[in-house]
Write a protein that binds this ligand. Structure first.
Ligand code: SAM
Length: 233
């Protein structure tokens, strides 16, 4: 079997660190799927606006060369407990295929280029998209389904604030990337720190590239304080 991507998604997540662990957790994240020429025919998308949500099938291209193993350590369990790869949504799996439900946010076709806008994805910038299908509530939403070790949406949202000195930088950033404040808040509220760091009492500093910015923040006493927002060149 040979799979070839139908397009690439552009997202604000420029590195794996701090990408939400599942879709829908950061609702303000907007992505654009740029279809390759062979799949850009608008006929292929006729009727798609009837659906509020779509399934994306994609390749975990950043971890594709690491292979897979039968046992993995889900971060949700603190990174120590091992479970079978097929009992998790780990990226380290045979065929390296990811599956995410995202919000449909628009379709445009101009000069032969087709772009599908989506919201709330958990995909890294540049991820190859293998297929797109509508989400069917009657078949795909199962209110009685059991979610095992990940039954509930993580409820431990971390409070996030911005250092008062950042007001001018934040205003400038908003002009370049409307909604960046909300995006940063929602991403950091997920507390993307590695599990082993979560029990360390001292002030910790982190940085991540988000959209067109380098974001730096500190974690102290269970709260995040954003200390820098620097435009990438
Ligand atoms: N919702 C998908 C699924 O269940 O198949 C992905 C779940 S996986 C746990 C989500 C994580 O995959 C993100 O937090 C990010 O670290 C990682 N990720 C996202 N895009 C990736 C890519 N293109 N290559 C490798 N890892 C990626």
């Amino acid at each position: 079997m040979h799979l070839s991507p139908i397009g690439t998604i552009l997202t604000p997540y420029k590195e794996k660190f701090a990408i939400p662990r599942q879709p829908g957790l950061v609702s303000s994240a907007v992505g654009e799927i740029h279809l390759f020429d062979d799949y850009a025919d608008p006929n292929g998308f006729r009727g798609i606006e009837q659906f509020s949500h779509l399934w994306l099938l994609f390749q975990f291209h950043q971890t594709a060369d690491r292979g897979w193993s039968p046992l993995v350590r889900p971060p949700r369990l603190g990174g120590n407990a091992k479970l079978g790869v097929f009992a998790t949504r780990s990226t380290h799996r045979p065929n390296g295929i990811g599956l995410s439900v995202v919000e449909f946010a628009g379709l445009s076709t101009t000069k032969g280029k087709t772009v599908l806008k989506v919201r709330g994805m958990d995909l890294m910038d540049g991820t190859p998209i293998l297929d797109i299908k509508p989400y069917l509530p009657y078949a795909d939403a199962l209110p009685l389904a059991q979610g095992g070790f990940a039954n509930e949406i993580p409820d431990n949202q971390m409070p996030v604030s911005f250092h008062p000195n950042l007001a001018p930088a934040l205003a400038k950033a908003e002009q370049l990337h409307p909604g960046i404040t909300e995006l940063i808040s929602q991403v950091l509220a997920q507390d993307p720190r590695p599990a082993y760091k979560k029990h360390q009492p001292q002030i910790q500093e982190f940085g991540v590239k988000l959209g067109a910015f380098n974001i730096r923040w500190q974690v102290e006493n269970g709260q995040s304080l954003v200390t820098a927002i620097v435009p990438l060149n």
